[in-house]
Design a protein around this ligand. Structure first.
Ligand code: FES
Ligand code: FES
Length: 157
């Protein structure tokens, strides 16, 4: 039996009908046209499907769409309207990605980290990204970029 849900997706109200067992990741990609959350392991291990749900990172492959009813979902499409965020700019400048499959999840995890802790240590960054697997880069350029965000922000003060 289908159920109507309403959520805020990237600052826009969206109402749609879903099946009770529809996975949020699939609904975002197939019904709402948001393709940045990627289909990876589909069991919570890789972080490719990461989104912000009410400002906190979650694995959208582990959440039913009906659980997002009444909540706020943010993906990178909603973060970067018009210009790149400081996190995205730093990752770009550091050439932090190769294939880019992990990039949306990393951007959101780093955004959450810097929102909670504007001056993270390298260890903080490693812990914050520990659930986001990257098969290409070895992580160092990603970590350096995220550290660089706070250093640039300090210099501009
Ligand atoms: Fe969701 Fe891997 S696809 S954690
Ligand atoms: Fe390819 Fe991270 S850049 S998986």
């Amino acid at each position: 039996m289908r159920k109507q849900i309403t959520l805020r997706l990237n600052d826009e109200p969206r109402t749609l009908e879903v099946q009770p067992n529809d996975i949020l990741l699939d609904v975002l990609r197939e019904k709402l046209g948001v393709k940045s959350p990627k289909i990876g392991c589909e069991r919570g291990d890789c972080g490719a499907c990461t989104i912000l749900l009410d400002g906190k990172t979650v694995r959208s492959c582990l959440i039913l769409a009906i659980e997002a009813d009444g909540h706020e979902v943010m993906t990178v499409e909603g973060l970067s309207r018009g210009s790149l965020t400081p996190v995205q700019q730093a990752l770009l400048e550091h050439n932090s990605f190769q294939c880019g499959f992990c990039a949306p999840g990393v951007v959101l995890a780093a955004t959450e980290l810097l929102g909670d802790n504007p001056h993270p240590t390298e260890q903080d960054v490693k812990e914050a990204l520990s659930g986001n697997l990257c098969r290409c880069t070895g992580y160092q350029s990603i970590i350096e970029a995220i550290i660089d965000v706070q250093e640039k922000a300090s210099k501009s003060l």
